[in-house]
Design a protein. Sequence first.
Length: 92
Amino acid sequence: MIKVNEYFDGNVKSLGFELSGTPYTVGVIMAGAYTFNTEKTEHLQIVAGEIDIKLAGGSWQKFKKGDATVIPAGISFDLQLKDPAAYICAYK
């Protein structure tokens, strides 16, 4: 089953699905600034565009198409985008 997710007045949208017991989302984020909270560890890969990410207490890092990062469970993190970007994320 595919789950549709929408955040920040429609500026962040994703489709959720499960593969071999692992939940995933594939999404698009419009230009802007956003704060998210994690429940599970997020394995995030950028598939188009660029996203600046700052973990709670950390510094800004730029991720572009093909880059991946792991965001720990139980924290908040900030995103900044100058242009739209797309991602895939596994939740473990």
